[in-house]
Write a protein that binds this ligand. Structure first.
Ligand code: OGA
Ligand code: MN
Length: 183
């Protein structure tokens, strides 16, 4: 797991949000599915971007999905996840059927804390501070063997300091899953 603080500028954050807000603002936050891993969210997918935003996502691509590597191929659209101030993401591992070996997220609007915990050895855990405008890159062991969660409310603490969780928007790029074996 790598976190690159300040990966985008304030201007780039503003431009990404300008393109996303009109879509997000029309949607309602979902809180009610008790069994969902994610509570208090709205989401969309996006495959076409303004020229400037496309360039920013190109930088994410270059940083996280090295050309020629096995995870060079991305899913065709970015996943935009808007978490309400009262929302959170419970520990989970992204399904291997739908996502390959790299998950890269640009964090917008609010700082947040992501908790990584080993799937079976739960004492192996760490909290990552995801500051607004950072990029995180999850691959290898952190992608396949550790669950990840975004802490909400009172739990949003990093090194004994509260990290106020306001509304947070993540733009997440994922590599394509490897071809599925045919039954
Ligand atoms: C997810 C997820 C993390 C984030 O959507 O599967 O874990 O940064 N999102 O919002
Ligand atoms: Mn996830």
């Amino acid at each position: 797991m790598r976190v690159l603080p300040g990966f985008i500028s304030e201007e780039e954050e503003t431009a990404l949000l300008a393109e996303l807000e009109p879509v997000l603002k029309r949607m309602r936050y979902e809180f009610d599915h008790w069994d969902n891993a994610i509570q208090g969210y709205r989401e969309t997918e996006r495959s076409t971007w303004s020229v400037g935003n496309q360039a920013v996502l190109g930088r994410v691509r270059a940083a996280a999905f090295p050309e020629g590597g096995r995870d060079a191929e991305l899913l065709p659209s970015a996943h935009v996840l808007d978490l309400a101030a009262a929302g959170h993401i419970r520990p989970h591992i992204d399904a291997v059927r739908f996502c390959g070996g790299v998950i890269a997220g640009l964090c917008l609007v609010s700082d947040a804390v992501m908790r990584l915990a080993h799937e079976t050895h739960k004492h192996l855990a760490l909290d990552a501070l995801l500051q607004r405008r950072c990029l995180y890159i999850m691959s290898g062991v952190s992608r396949y063997e550790f669950t990840h969660a975004v802490l909400g409310g009172e739990d949003s603490v990093w090194r004994a300091q509260r990290v106020p969780r306001r509304r947070r928007v993540a733009v997440i790029l994922r590599s394509r899953p490897p071809p599925q074996p045919q039954p």
